[in-house]
Design a binder for this molecule. Structure first.
Ligand SMILES: NC(=O)C1=CN([C@@H]2O[C@H](COP(=O)(O)OP(=O)(O)OC[C@H]3O[C@@H](n4cnc5c(N)ncnc54)[C@H](OP(=O)(O)O)[C@@H]3O)[C@@H](O)[C@H]2O)C=CC1
Ligand SMILES: Nc1nc(=O)c2c([nH]1)NC[C@@H]1CN(c3ccc(C(=O)N[C@@H](CCC(=O)O)C(=O)O)cc3)C=[N+]21
Length: 291
C-alpha cells in the first residue's frame, strides 16, 4: 500500500461550500447572474467553462457563456465587457484566461467592473488583497484556504512555501496565507536550490504546471502538500491521456497530508467562483456598491 499521507479530497469540501452558496443565493431577490466569456476553442478552456457553467446552474445561479471566435478583436471584447458592466442584471463577470496573443490581458482585467470581478483579478481587488482587506478573493487561493480550514489544518504560524508566482495562483495565494499569519516564501523558476527551500515548508503549495516536479526528497516529513497543477499527460506507448499534478505520487510516503489531482483544488476553484458571484450579488443588492 502506498503512502501514509491523509488525502485531502476536494469534492466534499466543494459540496459543503456550494450548499452554503445555494442558501445565500436563494435569499436574494433574483438568482445571481454569472457571465463567462471565452475566446477560441482551447479544449481546456472549453472544458473548464463548461464545468463552471454546469455547477452554477446546479446551485441555482443564472449563467451565461459568451463563446467568441478566437479572432475577436480587443476592442470588441472591451465593448462587450462595458455592456456587461452597465447591465444591472449581471452580477459577476469572468473572462477565461489565457487570452489569444492579440488581446492584452491587462487591458481586459482592468476593464471589468471591480464589483463584478468574481476572479479577483482587477488591480483594485489585487491591491485590497495585498493590503489585507480582500473583498472578492481569487478563486483558487481562496479555495485552498477553505480546504485547509475544512480539514482543520493550521495556517497561522506555519512556514508556507509556494512554488510558482503567477498572477492567478502563486501571488494571490501568498497574500491570503500572509493575511492568515503564515510565514510565506514564494519560489519560482529562478530560485536556486529549490529543494532546500521546499524542505523548509510545513505547508507546501505547488502551482507550476510541470508534471511531478516535486519529488519526495523535496518534502519535509509530515508536511501538508497542496498540488494545484493540472497536467494533461499522454502516455508514450498507448493508452488514454490522463490528468496529473505537479507533485509526484510518491510524495504521499513523506507528506502528512496531500491533495489529489484531479479531485483536489480544482473543484474548490469552481465552488469559490460561485461563492464570489453570490457575494457580488449580495453587495450589489445591499447597495453597498454605487455605480
Ligand atoms: N486546480 C486549479 O484550480 C488550477 C490549476 N491551475 C494549474 O496550475 C498550474 C500552474 O498554473 P499557473 O499558476 O497559471 O502557471 P503559470 O504558467 O502562469 O506560472 C508557472 C510558475 O511556475 C514557475 N516555474 C516554472 N518552472 C519552474 C521550475 N522548474 N521550478 C520552479 N518554478 C517553476 C514559473 O516561474 P517564473 O515566474 O520564473 O517563470 C511561474 O511562476 C498549471 O498546471 C495550471 O493548469 C491553474 C489555475 C487553477
Ligand atoms: N479567468 C480565469 N479564471 C480562472 O479561475 C481560470 C482561468 N481563467 N483559466 C484557467 C485556470 C484553471 N482553472 C481551473 C478550474 C477548474 C479546474 C477543475 O475543475 N479541475 C478538475 C478536473 C477538470 C478536468 O477533468 O479537466 C479537478 O482538478 O478535479 C481546473 C482548473 C481555472 N482557471
Amino acid at each position: 500500500m502506498r503512502g501514509s499521507a491523509r488525502i485531502l479530497a476536494g469534492v466534499p469540501v466543494a459540496d459543503a461550500v456550494l450548499r452554503e452558496a445555494a442558501v445565500r443565493a436563494s435569499r436574494l431577490p433574483a438568482p445571481p447572474h454569472l457571465v463567462m466569456v471565452r475566446l477560441g476553442e482551447d479544449p481546456a478552456s472549453v472544458s473548464y467553462v463548461r464545468g463552471k457553467d454546469r455547477k452554477a446552474r446546479e446551485v441555482g445561479l443564472t449563467s451565461t457563456v459568451y463563446a467568441l471566435p478566437e479572432e475577436t478583436s480587443q476592442a470588441e471584447l472591451l465593448d462587450l465587457i462595458a455592456r456587461l458592466n452597465a447591465d444591472e442584471g449581471v452580477n459577476g463577470i469572468l473572462v477565461q484566461l489565457p487570452l489569444p496573443p492579440h488581446v492584452s490581458e491587462q487591458a481586459v482585467l482592468h476593464a471589468v467592473d471591480p464589483h463584478k470581478d468574481v476572479d479577483g483579478f482587477h488591480p483594485l481587488n489585487v491591491g485590497e488583497l495585498w493590503a489585507g482587506r480582500p473583498s472578492l478573493r481569487p478563486c483558487t487561493p481562496a479555495g485552498i484556504l477553505a480546504l485547509l480550514a475544512h480539514y482543520g489544518l493550521p495556517v497561522a504560524g506555519q512556514r508556507a512555501v509556494i512554488v510558482g508566482r503567477s498572477h492567478i495562483v502563486g501571488r494571490p495565494l501568498a497574500a491570503l496565507l500572509l493575511n492568515a499569519d503564515a510565514t510565506v516564501t514564494l519560489a519560482h523558476s529562478r530560485t536556486p536550490n529549490l529543494t532546500a527551500v521546499t524542505r523548509e515548508a510545513d505547508l507546501l503549495c505547488v502551482a507550476v504546471g510541470r508534471p511531478h516536479l516535486v519529488t519526495p526528497e523535496m518534502v519535509r516529513s509530515g508536511a501538508t502538500v497542496i498540488d494545484v497543477g493540472i497536467n494533461r499527460v499522454k502516455p508514450e506507448l498507448s493508452g488514454k491521456a490522463y490528468l496529473t499534478g505537479d507533485v509526484h505520487p510518491d510524495v504521499q510516503d513523506v507528506a502528512g497530508a496531500m491533495t489529489p489531482v484531479p479531485g483536489g483544488v480544482g473543484p474548490l476553484t469552481i465552488a469559490q467562483l460561485l461563492v464570489n458571484t453570490v457575494h457580488a450579488a449580495e453587495m450589489q443588492a445591499a447597495g453597498t456598491v454605487r455605480r
